[in-house]
Each structure stands twice: as C-alpha cells, then as structure tokens.
Design a protein around this ligand. Sequence first.
Ligand SMILES: Cc1cc2nc3c(=O)[nH]c(=O)nc-3n(C[C@H](O)[C@H](O)[C@H](O)COP(=O)(O)OP(=O)(O)OC[C@H]3O[C@@H](n4cnc5c(N)ncnc54)[C@H](O)[C@@H]3O)c2cc1C
Length: 123
Amino acid sequence: MKKLLILGAGTAGTMMLNKLYKILDLNEWEFTIVDQYKTHYYQPGFLFIPFGIYTKQDVTKPKYDFFPPGVNVIFNSIDRIDGKENKVYLEGGKVLQYDYLILATGTETRPDMTPGLKDKLWV
Ligand SMILES: Cc1cc2nc3c(=O)[nH]c(=O)nc-3n(C[C@H](O)[C@H](O)[C@H](O)COP(=O)(O)OP(=O)(O)OC[C@H]3O[C@@H](n4cnc5c(N)ncnc54)[C@H](O)[C@@H]3O)c2cc1C
C-alpha cells in the first residue's frame, strides 16, 4: 500500500483528503490525516459573532464529520518532518512513514515578526 499522509485537518487538508479519496484506488492507497484539535472552526463565521448573527455553536463542528470512512485519523500535535527519510514525528514520540506528504498546517498571525506592528496601534 502507498501511504498518503496529510498534516493539518483544517479547510485545505480536509478538502485534499476528500478529493483524493474519490479519485485514488482505495486498494492501493492508505490515507492518514493528523491534527492537534478534534474541533473544526469555520473561520469566516468568526466575523459574524461580534454582531450576534452567529454563535460559537454555528462555527464549530467535530472534524470527524468531514472524513471519509476508512481513513486513519490521528489527533496529536506534529513535532517535525524528516523529508529525507519520509517520516513525520509527532509530539510524544510516534513516527509516521509516508510516500506522499501534504502539508496543510495553515498559518498563524505573527505581528511580532514585523518591526513596529506591535507598537501602540496593535490591540
Ligand atoms: C476571521 C476570518 C475570516 C475569514 N473569511 C474568509 C472568507 O470569507 N472566505 C475565504 O475564502 N476565507 C476566509 N478566511 C480564510 C480561511 O478561513 C482560511 O484561508 C482557511 O481556513 C485556511 O485553511 P487551511 O487548511 O490552510 O488552514 P486551517 O484551516 O487553519 O487549518 C490548519 C490546521 O492545521 C492544524 N495544525 C497546525 N499546526 C499543527 C501542528 N503542529 N500539529 C497538529 N496540527 C496542526 C491546525 O490545528 C488546523 O486544524 C477567513 C479567516 C479568518 C480568520
């Protein structure tokens, strides 16, 4: 079996999983997806919460609801990737081998990395 490993089960990772699951031969491919959180956050909906249009319940769902059957789902923090050895190390010591890797761990806001941005105007 060829191993497809997806890091990050946000919007991008979940979409890639569902699209590839439909077109790859399930007798040839093993699918694994890893994320640190079990809850999916619908980020565009965050904008409506301050106006009382959405509540927390409207923008959160279990990630499991979006995974096709038979996929290995691992809820764990990712520590590091060894691209030369095709291995991913998880926090806690578990090691995952892959043939193909998809990185979908998203972005985080880092105002501290732009000089001046965290000065007086950042709240
Ligand atoms: C307020 C707001 C409004 C937005 N509005 C829109 C909109 O109207 N239209 C639109 O198209 N887009 C919108 N976006 C952007 C859209 O939500 C993002 O582009 C999209 O969620 C990015 O998807 P992603 O899969 O790349 O990252 P994410 O959805 O952030 O997923 C990344 C996943 O990786 C996991 N991860 C990261 N690091 C690790 C680690 N070390 N170990 C384990 N797991 C890890 C995270 O837990 C997360 O689940 C909005 C975003 C925000 C914040």
